[in-house]
Design a protein around this ligand. Structure first.
Ligand SMILES: [Zn+2]
Length: 507
C-alpha cells in the first residue's frame, strides 16, 4: 500500500503541479459538461446519434482524451505527449478532423466505427471549447472573489463535483487510433500508437475511473472548499459565465455547430452560437474592474480573430459608444472560439446596450460571415428592487439528471479488492522514468508553506460543509486510512514537490 500511495502521489502530483498551456477545469468536469450537453440537446438527429451507448462513450472519452498528454511522463515521451495534447485542444485540429471525415468517411455514417470517430471528435472539440470558456471567464471570477488561480480552481472544480455527488459518467477507452496518427503527422513530433497509449493509460488508471479517480477528486474538493469559498458556491451557478453549468448550453450549441459543419450545412450567419450574458439574463455588473461587466461572444467555428470588428453602444443611442478592449481567449490564438469585450469605463446600471460583430469575418472552415451579429442586453441594476429591473421569472437552465446508482463509494478503512485492482493498474502504468522517484517519495514529506492549508481527511466532513446542494455522502468523515489517506498523502507530496508556478499568460 505504501508503494501505491507513493506512486499515486507522485503521478498525480506531477500532473497537478505541472499544469499545461491549455489545461483547464478538471477531467470529470469536461466529461460531465459534455455529457450533460448531449443530454440537453433537443430531439432530433444529433440527439439520436449520440444516444447510442458506444457512440456516447466515444463522445465522453474524447472529452477526456484531450488532456491525456499532460499526465506524468518523462523525457522524450513527455514532450511528444504534450505536443499532441496541446494541439488537440484547438480549432485548427478540429477543423482538420472535420475535413478528414468529410473527405474519407462522409455522412451518413453506417458503421459503428465511423459513428464513434465522429463522436470522439465532438468530445475533443467540446473539451477545447470548455477550456477556453473556463480559463477566460471563470478563472478571472475565481481570482476576483477568492484570489485563487488555475492551479487551485482546476482540481477544486472536479472535487466539488465529487463532494456534490455529480459524477456519474465513466468513459471507457476507445480511440480512433489510425485517424489520430494521420492527423498528428504535421506536428513535427513522432506521435506513435505507443506514445498515445502510454499517455492515455495513466489518465485512465489514476483518474478517470470510479476506483481511484473519485477519491482523488473528493480530496481535492475538501482542500478547495476552504481555500475557494466563492468558487465552492458558484462553480455550478448558471448565472456566472464560465461556471460548469453555464458551459452546458454553449457546449450543446457547439455540438450542433460541429454536426452542421460535418454535414456542410454550417452557414456564416450561424457563426455566433452563444453569448454571455446568456439572454434573457442581464449583464451581472457595471463595474469595469469586475469580470461581471464583460460581454463574450462564442463561436461555432473559430473566426479569424484579427478580422473581428466589434462595436458596443447604448441601444437607444448607438453613437454613445462604450470604450472597451477586444480580448482574445486567455491564451491568445488566431482562431479562438470566443472573443471578450471588457469595458474601460463604468456602465449604466439598468441601461440597455447593443454589441455588434460586423460581417466579413473569415471562419476556420473557409466561409466568410455575410451578415452582422447583434446582441442587446440590459445591465443589472444596483438595487434588485429597482423598477427598471423587473423580475425575469424562471430562467432557462440546463437539466442535470441525477443517477444514484453510480458507485460513489464512501472511503472505508478496508480499501477492498477495487483498490487492489487500482494498485495493480498503478504499478503497471508507472513510467520507468518516475519509478525511482516514487520509491523514494514519503507521505510525510515536508509540506509547502504557502496558502491553502490542507484539511486532513479525518478532520472534518468536508462533503457537507460550505457548499450548495449538499452531499449525502454516507460515510461521514473520510476514514483515516484507505483512499482518504491516499489523497492526503498525494496532497502533501504534491505541495512538497510542486514546481514554481508557470508563467501566467496575459488575459
Ligand atoms: Zn484541457
Amino acid at each position: 500500500m505504501k508503494r501505491y500511495v507513493a506512486m499515486g502521489a507522485v503521478m498525480m502530483g506531477v500532473w497537478l503541479g505541472t499544469g499545461a498551456a491549455a489545461q483547464a477545469h478538471g477531467l470529470w468536469g469536461h466529461v460531465h459538461v459534455t455529457g450533460w450537453a448531449a443530454e440537453n440537446l433537443p430531439q432530433g438527429e444529433l440527439k439520436a446519434f449520440l444516444s447510442e451507448p458506444e457512440v456516447f462513450n466515444a463522445l465522453l472519452f474524447g472529452a477526456a482524451f484531450t488532456d491525456s498528454g499532460y499526465f506524468p511522463q518523462g523525457g522524450e515521451l513527455a514532450r511528444k505527449s504534450r505536443a499532441y495534447s496541446e494541439h488537440s485542444h484547438w480549432e485548427p485540429f478540429i477543423a482538420d478532423f472535420i475535413a478528414w471525415i468529410k473527405s474519407n468517411d462522409p455522412p451518413p455514417w453506417q458503421t459503428l466505427e465511423s459513428r464513434k470517430r465522429v463522436a470522439f471528435l465532438m468530445g475533443c472539440a467540446s473539451h477545447g471549447l470548455q477550456d477556453e470558456v473556463f480559463d477566460s471567464l471563470f478563472l478571472p471570477q475565481v481570482g476576483f472573489h477568492d484570489d485563487g488561480g488555475q492551479d487551485e480552481a482546476d482540481p477544486a472544480s472536479d472535487g466539488f463535483m465529487a463532494l456534490d455527488m455529480l459524477i456519474r459518467f465513466e468513459p471507457e477507452q476507445d480511440l480512433p487510433m489510425e485517424t489520430l496518427l494521420e492527423l498528428y503527422q504535421p506536428l513535427g513530433e513522432e506521435i506513435t500508437e505507443d506514445v498515445i497509449l502510454r499517455s492515455v493509460r495513466p489518465m485512465m488508471s489514476f483518474y478517470v475511473n470510479h476506483r481511484v479517480g473519485i477519491d482523488v477528486a473528493r480530496g481535492q474538493g475538501m482542500i478547495g472548499q476552504d481555500r475557494l469559498p466563492w468558487t465552492r458556491l458558484h462553480y455550478m451557478d448558471p448565472s456566472v459565465p464560465g461556471s460548469l453549468r453555464a458551459e452546458i448550453f454553449p457546449t450543446m450549441r457547439y455540438l450542433q455547430a460541429l454536426w452542421a459543419r460535418l454535414h456542410g450545412r454550417f452557414e456564416g450567419t450561424q457563426v455566433v452560437i452563444s453569448a454571455y450574458p446568456e439572454l434573457p439574463r442581464r449583464l451581472r455588473g457595471a463595474d469595469p474592474a469586475s469580470p461581471d461587466s464583460w460581454v463574450t461572444l462564442l463561436f461555432g467555428a473559430a473566426p479569424r480573430y484579427e478580422q473581428a470588428a466589434l462595436s458596443w453602444g447604448l441601444t437607444e443611442s448607438p453613437e454613445q459608444a462604450v470604450d472597451f478592449t477586444k480580448r482574445n481567449t486567455r491564451w491568445g490564438d488566431p482562431w479562438p472560439r470566443l472573443i471578450r469585450l471588457t469595458p474601460n469605463e463604468p456602465l449604466e446600471p439598468g441601461g440597455w446596450y447593443t454589441v455588434e460583430l460586423g460581417a466579413g469575418v473569415e471562419t476556420i472552415d473557409g466561409p466568410v460571415t455575410q451578415d452582422p451579429f447583434e446582441i442587446t442586453f440590459q445591465v443589472a441594476c444596483d438595487d434588485p428592487d429597482d423598477d427598471a429591473c423587473p423580475d425575469l421569472g424562471p430562467l432557462p437552465e440546463a437539466t442535470i439528471e441525477p443517477r444514484d446508482d453510480f458507485p460513489h463509494r464512501p472511503p472505508t478503512p478496508d480499501a477492498g479488492p477495487d483498490a487492489q485492482d487500482a494498485q495493480d493498474d498503478a504499478a503497471d502504468a508507472m513510467p520507468p522514468e518516475l519509478e525511482d522517484d516514487a520509491e523514494h517519495a514519503e507521505p510525510d514529506a515536508p509540506q509547502g508553506e504557502e496558502d491553502a492549508e490542507p484539511v486532513p481527511p479525518n478532520a472534518s466532513n468536508g462533503a457537507s460543509s460550505g457548499g450548495k446542494g449538499g452531499c449525502s455522502q454516507t460515510g461521514g468523515a473520510p476514514a483515516p486510512m484507505g483512499p482518504g489517506a491516499l489523497i492526503w498523502a498525494m496532497w502533501v507530496i504534491w505541495r512538497a514537490k510542486r514546481r514554481a508556478p508557470k508563467g501566467a499568460p496575459s488575459p
